[in-house]
Design a protein around this ligand. Structure first.
Ligand code: SAH
Length: 252
């Protein structure tokens, strides 16, 4: 693994979340999904990081949550936190890439993924994960979304470059239909899901992070890149957010 990747993991490992989101957003998506809590429920959390959503799902749904990530350090941390929270019995971790999931068809009642599907692309992810859902099963994913049709040019340029699939909710909902799902609902994450739960805690960890790495050039460059991303978000938060999308698997 590259040094830069190790640094990125070290920076994000200690935080509650590795991307925008919040328990209240997870709970709102659960309410839209109308999944009834029950002991036998099978839930997957794909790109789980250290498990912020995993724990929320385990608490609200009962059942078993399979937490998937390709970074073993995040899964080790997730298991420690699950133990501390008294949720270990309800959670199992699987180290796998989201584009090669090691599950049988129709394994899950619910597939969840917050701030992660972009790693394989929204449309490809929807398509690839569909077969792992039971018929009528629910998919809930958060995805970078334009909030407006018109936007300042520098913002459009930045994200078209960094993630060409960025689009409005209307387009994302069409993608779900195309991939064989019936959309149930969508809502955009509010600024608290970026600032309070993700960016501010991250910013508060920069000083310790730099100390741990003796203020190396690489560590400083990473902090600068994160600061630039935060500044971009703060400038343009009226125009861009994550959308939470909830849908049901349609029959073949
Ligand atoms: N869902 C968590 C983490 C979001 S960050 C939260 O909301 O806090 C995105 C996560 O996706 C990271 O944990 C990263 O390790 C994981 N990831 C990135 N590419 C992946 C891949 N190809 N397969 C599995 N996980 C991946």
């Amino acid at each position: 693994m590259s040094d830069d990747m190790q640094l990125l993991i070290d920076l994000h490992l200690r935080n509650v979340r590795q991307g925008p989101g919040s328990d209240s957003a997870t709970e709102m998506a659960l309410a839209l999904a109308e999944v009834q809590a029950q002991a036998g429920l099978q839930v997957a959390d794909i790109g789980c990081g250290t498990g912020a959503a995993t724990f929320c799902l385990a608490r609200h749904l009962g059942g078993m949550v399979t937490a998937v990530d390709f970074l073993p350090d995040f899964l080790t941390e997730l298991n420690k936190r699950a133990e501390r929270l008294g949720l270990a019995e309800q959670i199992r971790t699987v180290e796998a890439s989201m584009d090669a999931l090691p599950f049988e068809d129709a394994s899950f009642d619910v597939i969840w993924s917050e701030g992660a599907i972009y790693n394989m692309g929204f449309a490809d992810g929807l398509k690839a994960w569909r077969r792992f859902l039971k018929p009528g099963g629910v998919l809930a994913v958060s995805e970078l979304t334009w909030l407006t049709e018109q936007r300042p040019e520098p913002l459009t340029r930045h994200w078209n470059d960094a993630y060409p699939e960025v689009a409005t909710a209307g387009q994302k909902i069409r993608d779900m239909e195309t991939a064989g799902y019936a959309p149930i609902g969508y809502f955009p994450l509010g600024t608290e899901s970026w600032m309070d739960t993700y960016y501010r805690p991250l910013q508060q960890s920069f000083a310790d992070f730099l100390d741990r790495h003796d203020h190396s050039e690489q560590a400083k460059a990473l902090v600068n890149a994160e600061q630039a991303e935060i500044a971009l978000y703060e400038t343009y938060s009226d125009y861009v957010s994550y959308g939470f999308y909830v849908a049901r698997r349609l029959p073949d």
